[in-house]
Design a protein around this ligand. Structure first.
Ligand code: ARG
Ligand code: ZN
Length: 864
């Protein structure tokens, strides 16, 4: 075996095409207890697009070489070099066949990349660079090959043997059996997958628009067979939607999804054989929350959409990751908007971006949507690549309009089918179809950071003018920022909240396209107006406008744009909370000011309960903390609690009636029912925050006779987070009832780890010692450490830092990818006051000294 090696920086500017291509791969994976032997036969051909060379390197990590043969001739040691994860061969002819036989140990693989075991089954994760843990291969997305894979294993224990494409042959040899799969579509090796296990299957069929029949097979452990219906329905909806919206059909005879318990990410779009984290595919009303149902629907769709945006057209190199991820997130967001309430979907997506991607852009890990360099590509599966990438595609969609955008994507899919391409290739299609000059627009891909758009208004006589100034703060390694193209959708609302005419044609909404650092626009409007800016969140920017409280009330009460209403509510909450943090206000007074506005929202809740719930939800402590430097977590926590308590009291009657009257008598899983449950859980939370004497009774009743997990968990959360009588008993009962359901137990862990307040560190320490806690299961680790990271008053304590850094080191020894992800929770280090910062820094430095390359890249950036 080769020796360990340090991380190196890979740069976009160093891109070189591969010296050799691999036209086809014949894989034979012989699975036996303890050791799996992988034989691969690669048909190599010199790449006509690359500079002529007779040397080729193949990636390989931790492979034990049994034999290597080139064109039938066995290579002796000395005839090849295998070090630092690379196998180098020289003196290669124009074409050659390389056969390698290697041993690997999937049973010992706790990093969950390559071939590994999860609850007794074998499965794979190859994106981004897992395939090199299975066999020697040019592990880069611009090498596309035809795969033929034979999987061999014990017949009884692994009756199911799967790989990409179609099964073409199978056989038995005593206790063992084998199946050969052929995938007719050339693909990069990151899309390779294999499964061997004993699984239950839900089967259905789908007839494509052109009449081809596709078998749909969803696999899970036998006990989970009853949790696959929602994923199946979602898959069929997604298949139809992609035909109708993008004219894209499925292209193989079989589409398979396998649910696995141990998984680093959400899911993986392997050609014809998706592999999913159980949390993103299993759903049942008794065990899955409504949010969980929506997540399953969107992730199933996301991976399905990758079949075109990712698989048929893939990325040239990993710097182009957002080409497939940003585009596919945009596609799944639009799908979910069509399946559910579009307004609610948009607010949820914006909320997620603003509360998670914006902080990433402001911290030490900030990077462009098309990064210029990385050490470990796994660390760049970020909110910036995914969510901000989706916003950039969305802006292009709106700039072109639906019809032109569709023409451009048709051109993109047709022109680049079967190829590995770049973000620029995508924008080229937009440019070509629309005739627009997208030159400046492309800066969105290369420039990191969130632009701040400051807007001022002026009324002079019959003219209303708006001045926009854009400026992007410096990010690590990128101090100079250029002006971006910023589409600003806008309306001007009169006193009654009606949009006024913006010109003499009577236009009531328009899109301003900003290109310069500063621009002023004038409107022939004589009356006092409230600007409704950035409607639909038309660009991913921070909008600064000095709204008066009455203007925010107007927007919240009357704007027809869901985003603008939500944003107005956020501004009102932040203003109140900021005053409490800085000691300039009293919670009771702030609540009294907010009450009439919120009352109106509650009165209209019948129109759309989910939207009302979004409008009535306070910003998180994390979001509030980000507005105050240095961060004082206890001041933030106390301000947050005070306002919530005061609102709980000021609107007590309303919360009580929402808690009681929204109760359903029978279970429904449609959007309306889900919205009502969301609003009721929120109302109960406020009721408890206001220390209403009925809160505990209502919560206990709901907890004891829930219609579904959303109710049961909502009640548990209220009992536990407000430390109500009955909380301890409820936790006990819940754990007893659900001990066999891992995904439900994840919720049990995270409810406890997310209780705001310093004392939660003690409960987290106890949770890490709980018999059901398992360091090897990413979902379980996230349920505790992820929750702690989102709980600033517990996290930012001496005990919190000590526990977090110890846990980080433990995770890193098992699973560097997960450790690096969790390590990001330390990204606010530089915002802490100096005492806290020093203590935390010392601990982080200690972990970094022994960290994996994955974790070290993150911690080194944070430590600066
Ligand atoms: N391509 C997958 C998706 O649909 C993500 C898989 C990434 N896995 C990883 N270990 N980096 O988003
Ligand atoms: Zn994806």
């Amino acid at each position: 075996m080769e020796t360990a090696h340090a991380a190196v920086t890979t740069r976009l500017s160093d891109y070189q095409p591969p010296a050799y291509l691999v036209d086809s791969v014949n894989l034979d994976v012989d699975i036996r207890d303890g050791v799996t032997t992988v034989t691969s036969e690669l048909a190599l051909r010199r790449n006509p697009e690359a500079a002529v060379s007779d040397t080729m390197s193949f990636n390989g990590e931790g492979l034990v070489i049994r034999s290597l043969a080139l064109d039938g001739k066995v290579l002796e040691e000395g005839e090849y070099r295998y070090e630092n994860g690379e196998l180098r061969l020289s003196g290669l002819p124009e074409q050659a066949t390389l056969i390698s036989v290697v041993d690997i140990e999937p049973e010992k693989n706790t990093a969950l990349e390559g071939l590994y075991m999860s609850n007794g089954m074998y499965c794979t994760q190859c994106e981004a660079q897992g395939f090199r843990h299975i066999t020697f291969f040019p592990d880069r997305p611009d090498v596309l090959s035809r795969f033929c894979t034979t999987v061999r294993a014990d017949k009884k224990r692994y009756p199911l043997l799967l790989s990409n494409g179609n099964p073409v042959e199978q056989g038995e040899e005593g206790e063992r059996h084998w199946v050969t799969w052929e995938d007719p579509f050339p693909k990069p090796c990151y899309l390779f997958a294999l499964v061997a296990g004993n699984l239950a299957c839900l089967e259905d069929r789908f007839v494509t628009a052109s009449g081809r029949e596709v078998a749909l097979r969803l696999y899970a452990e036998h006990r989970d067979l009853d949790k696959l219906d929602h994923a199946m329905a979602s898959l069929k909806h997604a298949m139809r939607w992609d035909e109708q919206t993008y004219g894209r059909e499925y292209d193989l005879d079989i589409y398979m999804i396998v649910a696995v318990s141990h998984f680093n990410m959400g899911a993986m779009e392997n050609k014809g054989l998706n592999i999913f984290n159980t949390s993103c595919v299993l759903a049942h009303p008794a065990t899955t929350t409504d949010a969980g149902f929506q997540r399953v629907e969107s992730v199933v769709a996301h991976e399905y959409f990758h079949n075109w945006s990712g698989n048929r057209v893939t990325c040239r190199d990993w710097f182009q990751l957002s080409l497939k991820e940003g585009f596919t997130v945009f596609r799944d967001q639009m799908f979910s908007a069509d399946m559910n309430s579009a307004a609610v979907q948009r607010v949820n997506d914006v909320d997620f971006l603003v509360n998670h991607q914006f902080p990433e852009d402001q911290g030490p890990m900030a990077h462009p949507v098309r990064p210029a360099e990385y050490q470990k590509i796994d660390n760049f599966y970020t909110l910036t690549i995914y969510e901000k990438g989706a916003e950039i595609v969305r802006m292009q969609y709106h700039l072109l309009g639906a019809e032109s955008f569709r023409k451009a994507t048709d051109l993109y899919f047709d022109r680049f089918d079967g190829q590995a391409v770049t973000c620029d290739d995508f924008v080229d299609c937009m440019e070509e179809v629309s005739g627009m000059d997208m030159g400046q627009f492309r800066r969105w891909y290369s420039q990191a950071g969130t632009p701040i758009l400051s807007v001022t208004s002026e009324q002079s006589g019959d003219t209303y003018s708006l001045t926009f100034r854009q400026q992007t703060p410096p990010t690590p390694g990128q101090s100079d920022k250029q002006p971006l193209v910023i589409p600003v959708r806008l309306a001007l609302l009169d006193k009654a909240g009606e949009p006024v005419a913006l010109d003499d044609t009577g236009l009531r909404e328009t899109v301003l396209i900003l290109r310069e650092q500063e621009q002023t626009f004038q409107f022939p409007v004589g009356q006092t107006v409230t600007p409704s800016l950035l409607r639909g969140f038309s660009a991913p920017v921070v909008l600064e406008f000095d709204y008066r409280a009455d203007q925010l009330a107007t927007l919240l009460a009357h704007d027809t744009d869901g985003y603008c209403r939500w944003s107005a509510a956020q501004r009102l909450y932040f203003a109140a909370l900021d005053r409490l943090v800085t000691g300039h206000g009293k919670a009771e007074d702030e609540a009294l000011k907010l009450a009439p506005v919120l009352e109106q929202v509650i009165e209209r809740a019948g129109e759309d309960a989910a939207q009302a719930a979004l409008l009535l939800t306070l910003p998180t402590e994390v979001a509030l903390g980000d507005r105050h430097t240095p961060l004082d977590p206890s001041a933030i926590h106390s301000a947050h609690q005070q306002l919530k308590r005061a609102l709980g009291r000021a609107l007590q009657a309303q919360w009580l009636s929402l808690s009681e009257n929204l109760l359903a008598t029978e279970l429904q899983m449609d959007g309306v029912a889900m919205g009502r449950r969301q609003l009721r859980n929120l109302a109960l939370d406020y009721l408890a925050a206001g220390e209403h004497k009925e809160a505990a009774r209502i919560a206990v009743e709901l907890f004891e006779l829930p219609l579904c997990m959303t109710e049961e968990l909502g009640a548990l959360r209220v009992l536990v987070h407000h430390r109500l009588p009955g909380a301890e008993l409820a936790l006990k009962q819940f754990a007893e009832k659900w001990k066999e359901e891992a995904l439900v137990m994840d919720q049990w862990f995270s409810v406890q780890a997310s209780v705001p307040g310093e004392t939660t560190v003690e409960s987290v320490a106890a949770l890490l010692e709980h018999p059901a806690f398992d360091w090897k299961v990413p979902n379980r680790v996230r349920s505790v450490l992820g929750a702690l990271a989102g709980n600033p008053s517990a996290f930012n304590t001496d005990e919190g830092y000590a526990l977090f850094t110890r846990a980080l080191a433990t995770v890193d020894a098992l699973n560097p990818q997960i450790a690096a992800r969790i390590g990001n929770a330390a990204a606010r280090l530089h915002k802490l006051e100096s005492g806290r910062q020093r203590a935390f820094r010392t601990l982080l430095q200690g972990v970094n000294d022994k960290a994996s390359p994955n974790l070290s890249e993150v911690l080194s950036r944070i430590l600066g």
